[in-house]
Design a binder for this molecule. Structure first.
Ligand code: HEC
Length: 157
């Protein structure tokens, strides 16, 4: 092999390696978009929601009464997850994070924020959290779902 060919070969390998590393670091972790068209996922999520979330967020995702007003404790009631709430304003990655870790001050909430939202990281698997979000999303009208999809995909670029 001539020296020139060898150099080209080495440069090629380096470029491919760098591209592979770049691709793997840029690739978003988790699904690109949690899709409520997946009926199996939605049905699984419905059961998880009823058992874990309905007590606060309401059996039909309606939230607690007067959910915009702080309680005497200073904390906010549970908001609805249907189209009247603000769950759909957030990208999927953030929703997964909030269910897994609760509302973390300085991360998914303002510094010093205190909230009644529990952390489910020890109780639900990632797959179960995705399922419950798919169920929540299945209540959103197409326009709301489309808007949230845009927010989700923007966040991952
Ligand atoms: C003990 C009551 C309680 C339970 C049970 C509960 N939540 Fe919450 N959740 C809250 C409260 C209260 C908030 C609002 C927190 C705040 O702003 O202080 C909240 C907020 C959220 C948010 C953020 C909504 C937004 O618009 O910012 C998501 C997402 C969420 N909950 C999902 C869930 C899911 C999914 C479950 C079940 C696996 C669940 N919650 C169970 C009380 C609860």
């Amino acid at each position: 092999m001539s020296q020139k060919k060898l150099i080209f070969g080495v440069v090629g390998v380096v470029i491919i390696g760098a591209a592979a590393i770049l691709y793997s670091t840029m690739r978003p972790s988790g699904p690109a978009f949690i899709d409520p068209a997946d009926q199996t996922l939605v049905m699984q999520g419905k059961v998880i929601y009823a058992n874990n979330c309905a007590a606060c967020h309401g059996a039909s995702l309606q939230g607690q009464p007067n959910w915009r007003e702080r309680m005497p404790s200073g904390k906010l009631p549970a908001p609805p997850h249907d189209k009247t709430g603000h769950t759909w304003h957030h990208p999927d990655a953030m929703l997964v994070d909030m269910v897994k870790n609760g509302l973390v001050p300085g991360k998914t909430a303002p510094p010093g924020y205190v909230s009644d939202m529990p952390a489910y990281g020890d109780m639900l698997s990632d797959q179960e959290i995705i399922a419950v979000l798919a169920y929540i999303k299945s209540s959103w009208p197409p326009k709301v779902l489309e808007a949230q999809k845009e927010v989700t995909l923007q966040r991952q670029n």
